[in-house]
Design a binder for this molecule. Structure first.
Ligand code: ATP
Length: 230
């Protein structure tokens, strides 16, 4: 079994006085795609925010390649190799596609040519302001920006949300390619079927706790109905 890359150990977190995470643990191994699943409001986005250090972790641990992320300032944590594609598309609206990509660039195999090979539409639109792109193209740009940072772990939070089916398929095809390239990925998405096709393992959250871990093959229809309502 490959080495653990990301280790989240029994984390708790609060929004003001209201507790959102009650002890979440998960591991993403090197080269693995891990699906973080659960119904709405169960704590998936909050877990990602804790990993990214965008939210305070009250107790527990987060390590990336053995380094304790919680002891580092959050800007340093991101530079250690976490590439986030957040919920909702985030790019600099007034900058061109090319400028958006260059602004994110850090040394490594993912450069302009590589992301344009993954998403050819971005090279066609390179000179256009990001705000003139379609929703799907903006999502491709957001993923490409995260890749340009050359992350060790890519975190995708609802990357296909609100997109037309044909565009979703393009995004999923790209995720499969990323996985095949050996990138480690943490995924959140509403489509259990698509997650099952790409993920090596799944972790299910319920009310701020991890309640089930297994392979997509272990996730029976009964479990999916009980935990995910599908
Ligand atoms: P979704 O699929 O709806 O995004 P999720 O599993 O990502 O759901 P979270 O967004 O992490 O869930 O929410 C976990 C809990 O924290 C929920 O009870 C939610 O109401 C609460 N919560 C989330 N964001 C805030 C906030 N900004 N302020 C207060 N409570 C919040």
């Amino acid at each position: 079994m490959s080495r653990p890359l990301l280790e989240v150990e029994d984390i708790t977190a609060f929004y003001g006085a209201s507790q959102a995470l009650f002890g979440v643990s998960l591991v993403v191994r090197q080269g693995e795609a891990l699906a973080l699943m659960g119904r709405n409001g169960m704590g998936k986005t909050t877990t990602i925010a804790c990993i990214m250090r965008m939210m305070q972790v009250r107790s527990g641990g987060v390590r990336l390649a053995g380094r304790d992320l919680l002891r580092l300032p959050s800007f340093r944590a991101a530079r250690l190799g976490l590439g986030l594609v957040p919920e909702g598309r985030r790019c600099f609206a007034g900058l061109s596609v090319r400028e958006n990509l260059i602004a994110a660039a850090r040394p490594g195999p993912w450069d302009m040519a590589a992301v344009c090979d993954l998403f050819p539409r971005l090279s066609e639109r390179a000179g256009q302001p990001a705000q003139t792109l379609s929703g799907g193209e903006q999502q491709m740009l957001t993923i490409a920006r995260a890749l340009m940072t050359n992350p060790r772990l890519l975190l995708l939070d609802e990357a296909t949300e609100g997109l037309a089916p044909v565009v979703r398929q393009e995004i999923w095809a790209a995720v499969h390619r990323l996985k095949q390239s050996g990138l480690s990925i943490l995924l959140v998405d509403k489509s259990v079927a698509e997650l099952g096709r790409v993920a090596d393992r799944c972790v299910i959250l319920e009310r701020g706790r991890d309640v089930w871990t297994g392979t997509p093959g272990d996730l029976t229809a009964d479990l999916a109905t009980g935990y995910l309502g599908v």
